[in-house]
Design a protein around this ligand. Structure first.
Ligand SMILES: Cc1ncc(COP(=O)(O)O)c(C=O)c1O
Length: 440
């Protein structure tokens, strides 16, 4: 078969010389996909599809790395952003859209008495952690899961180089992060209350905040989140839920509404802007007011075109239809995957709630088999890794088309499993593990 991604590969060759680290986001690095077969560069997208620079089109099951939520080029969202672009993307003073969006976020998010904006999820987490440190006058952070690239978080790997292994991925380097931050970011294990309790005790009076995703792929054990809430209170630490992924997906009020546990602050990115660069921090007024006791300020945080997009999104999801649809499409896909596992005899598992979940193969070297899956799906016009984000633009016909392609691919995987090796079938290097985030 002739190579379908020739132009992508040519561009990547140029990037190797021109772009430090080749891509801006690790998850968009081709080594995370089937390098040589998967698309690397795209120049158009619409609904749940995108077109690569070679002119191939794909159904996207990765949600554009999670930043797309309704679908690519959503007409109402784009119209709102374009209308604002025509009125100006920057002013010397503030845009009233900040207030309009804040009112909508306050209506949607249980803990939101006040909000603040930023540009990306990691950005929002860094702001929330700074606010918590300012509010408590303490330095240490207990965390679980992935929270971006900033110093406060990557500092976890200074004390022990493998601290982030089960929260992000193995091999995260920490060069450039001041050594003096060692010991300020301490990981705890998800669903392990005694671990959190012990670490709070060991650092009594020093912990500014506990920051975590309320759930990712693993779901909370009964009482876990409620007890995290109680422990944070008992130790005078601010509880922050990172809702960069769960926000507006699990429910309009995110994971905190879905699980009925209220944090002091929560952070939002990705779905909040459907691809437009906007993020938010929401929380209790008393805590949020501490923003003024530190220096937290940036030119683009009030950029109004992305705010207009976010307002349009909030208006669209208000009646719940979009979130219901995303759940239904996710359930359809999960059921299809599990049936496929049964029919094919592949040891396929699914983890997580339908809007955003992970599937994989319980095999000895799962990475090689999953790379084979990504390779074969790319050949069949589907961009897919183990992490799945459902878009509102996915229709039953799209989900069924992906499952039909996957049924063909299951035959290839079956062959590999029977042989006990992907050799002769895998045409690309094994993908580097994408964010692990199982939090175990
Ligand atoms: C839970 C969580 N927090 C923070 C981030 C960082 O967001 P961004 O890449 O927009 O900085 C991510 C990104 O994947 C995430 O999944």
């Amino acid at each position: 078969m002739s190579n379908k991604v020739v132009k992508s590969l040519e561009l990547f060759k140029k990037a190797e010389a021109l772009i430090a680290g080749q891509t801006q986001l690790l998850s968009r690095h081709p080594s995370m996909h089937a390098f040589g077969v998967s698309p690397i560069y795209a120049n158009r997208a619409e609904g749940c599809r995108f077109w690569d620079v070679d002119g191939n089109d794909y159904i996207d099951m990765t949600g554009g790395t999670g930043v797309v939520y309704l679908g690519y080029c959503h007409p109402v969202v784009d119209a709102a952003a374009i209308a604002q672009i025509k009125k100006g993307v920057a002013y010397p003073v503030n845009s009233p859209l900040e207030i309009e969006l804040a009112e909508l976020l306050k209506e949607a998010i249980p803990c939101a008495e006040m909000v603040r904006y930023a540009k990306g999820g990691g950005d929002a987490d860094a702001v929330a952690v700074r606010i918590a440190r300012a509010y408590t006058g303490r330095d240490k952070v207990l965390f679980c899961g992935y929270h971006g690239w900033h110093d406060w978080y990557i500092a976890a790997n200074l004390t022990q180089a493998d601290s982030l292994n089960s929260h992000l991925r193995p091999g995260i380097p920490s060069a450039g992060v001041p050594a003096s931050l060692a010991g300020t970011a301490i990981p705890f294990a998800y669903n392990d209350l005694p671990d959190l309790q012990r670490k709070l005790e060991e650092n009594r009076g020093q912990v500014a905040c506990v920051i975590m995703e309320a759930a990712r792929y693993l779901q909370p054990k009964p009482g876990f989140l409620e007890n995290v809430r109680k422990l944070a209170c008992a130790h005078g630490a601010v509880l922050i839920f990172d809702e960069v992924v769960t926000g507006f997906r699990y429910s309009r009020g995110g994971a905190q509404e879905y699980f009925g546990v209220m944090p002091d602050m929560a952070t939002y990115g990705k779905a909040i802007g459907n691809g437009y660069p906007i993020a938010a921090i929401a929380g209790r007024s008393e805590v949020m007011q501490a923003v003024s006791t530190s220096f937290i300020s940036s030119s683009y945080w009030s950029e109004p075109a992305s705010m207009a997009a976010a307002i349009a999104i909030q208006t669209i999801i208000r009646n719940g239809d979009v979130i219901r649809h995303i759940w239904q499409m996710g359930e359809r896909f999960q059921e299809g995957l599990l049936k496929l596992g049964k029919d094919s005899g592949l040891p396929l598992y699914v983890e997580g709630l339908p809007p955003v979940f992970h599937f994989g193969l319980k095999l000895e070297r799962p990475g090689a088999y999953m790379t084979l899956m990504t390779q074969e799906m790319a050949k069949r016009g589907v961009h897919m890794i183990g992490g799945v984000y459902i878009l509102a633009a996915h229709q039953p016909t799209d989900i069924d088309a992906v499952l039909a392609a996957l049924r063909e691919v299951a035959a290839v995987l079956r062959k590999a499993v029977e042989r006990g090796s992907v050799e002769g079938l895998l045409e690309v290097p094994e993908a580097r593990p994408i964010f692990r985030r199982r939090l175990v």
